[in-house]
Write a protein that binds this ligand. Structure first.
Ligand SMILES: Cc1ncc(COP(=O)(O)O)c(C=O)c1O
Length: 396
């Protein structure tokens, strides 16, 4: 009775992930009430429109409402998304280009399943969303990590150095988890130029998988460059988890660039992947609900208020970090080992994740999608631990 060695290793390397999903944070060291900033599970309630739409759908049942949908998803929902994408991007998206998925994670997995052959390489940028290496491995791919710059902007040279004849795709996540960076249009164009050059060199088409999980969570009026106008071999992985604050409902979509040469073959592969990975289709009730919620989003101001409250305080305490432009994470540098730093924070009843788990040691990730009181309560602890580390560093 043995389990897969790879799975065993995965469990050992990430047991803390299981703990955070199980809410294993009721009391910290010494029975202190815990301020938990580990998981991007928003404590902000969904917008009112979501509850209204949910009630409307529930109160107006129709035959086979809860049956399997088409593998690609309900055509009305896909049409609604295609219309939104067309309006926003000035391209001719139709339902054919959109596949409904079980969240952004489902979208990423069907994309990787659809395109990868064993041993194909996928470039990811570090600091990285910690599930990418597992998702790539799920489908026989090899994860190749390219570092971003010290300020987390794209480094074209490190990406260029990772491209080989086996490169099948690059995953770009902007706004970024864990850094909150929005990559500039210029830097994305440089990536597109590089990919086009290598496509010519190797006689192939490298896919750009754009992870848009946080596309609606942006601050200071920041604009996100339109990746579809930059690179036509793009597959978009989007999610309603963050904009509607409904991550437990598992609803998202994949969208294929209308100008992709073999888009029909690619969408057929995505639909096949949705089936054989056992999703069959995205959760059907949610497909009905999100259909009329295009463009609806939680109040960004709520997140911006939390970001500013947290960042202003951390700045005062002497933390070094780049104020996030989007998503809801702060990624400060630690004066000293990040694993030791998080242990000291835990003694103060503060739980954060180490940069190490995002591929960059010497940082911590703080998820600020929490109640304002939680942030306020944690601030003395953040100050105490940073002061302690700085004093120790100065004493050396
Ligand atoms: C960067 C990134 N991509 C994808 C996901 C997957 O989100 P979901 O599957 O809930 O849409 C997450 C979730 O936190 C994320 O942070």
């Amino acid at each position: 009775m043995s389990i897969s060695i790879k799975v065993k290793e995965g469990i050992a390397a990430s047991s803390w992930v299981v703990n955070i999903f199980e809410g294993n944070s009721q009391s910290g060291s010494g029975g202190k009430e815990v301020c938990d900033f580990r998981l991007g599970n928003p404590k902000i309630e969904p917008p009112l429109e979501f509850a209204e739409e949910l009630k409307k759908v529930a109160n107006n049942p129709f035959p086979e409402m809860h049956g399997y949908s088409a593998l690609a998803g309900h055509v009305q929902t896909r049409e609604a998304i295609a219309k939104t994408l067309s309006n926003e991007r000035g391209l001719n998206f139709t339902a054919q280009h959109v596949i409904m998925t079980a969240g952004g994670a489902g979208a990423l997995n069907i994309i990787l399943k659809a395109i990868l052959n064993p041993g194909d390489e996928v470039i990811v940028l570090s600091p990285l969303y910690l599930e990418y290496p597992y998702y790539i491995d799920n489908h026989g791919g090899v994860c190749c990590v390219a570092e971003t710059n010290a300020d987390f902007t794209l480094n074209i040279d490190t990406i260029a150095a990772k491209i080989t004849s086996r490169t099948k795709a690059i995953i770009i996540n902007s706004p970024n988890n864990p850094t909150g960076t929005i990559y500039s249009e210029e830097s994305l164009k440089s990536v597109a130029r590089l990919l086009a050059e290598r496509n010519r060199q190797f006689g192939k088409d490298i896919f750009l998988i754009y992870d848009a999980a946080y596309q609606d969570i942006v601050y200071d009026g920041s604009k996100i460059p339109d990746i579809f106008s930059i690179y036509s071999n793009t597959i978009f992985a989007a999610s309603y988890s963050k904009p509607l604050s409904i991550p437990g409902e598992r609803i998202g979509y994949a969208a294929v660039h209308p100008a992709m040469k073999n888009f029909e073959e690619v969408t057929e592969a995505l639909i096949f992947a949705n089936r054989v990975l056992g999703y069959l289709s995205a959760p059907v009730l949610m497909q009905h609900v999100v259909s009329r919620l295009q463009g609806v989003c939680v109040k960004r101001a709520e997140y911006q208020e939390r970001r500013d409250m947290f960042c202003d305080a951390l700045e005062d305490f002497g933390y070094s970090f780049i104020r996030p432009k989007g998503a809801y994470y702060i990624f400060p540098e630690t004066p000293g080992d990040d694993l030791v730093f998080i242990q000291e924070l835990a003694k103060e009843g503060i739980l954060v994740l180490p940069g190490k788990s995002f591929g960059r040691s010497g940082y911590i990730r703080i998820a600020f999608c929490v109640k304002k009181e939680t942030i306020k309560k944690s601030l003395p602890g953040f100050k105490k631990v940073n002061d302690f580390f700085k004093r120790n560093a100065n004493a050396k």
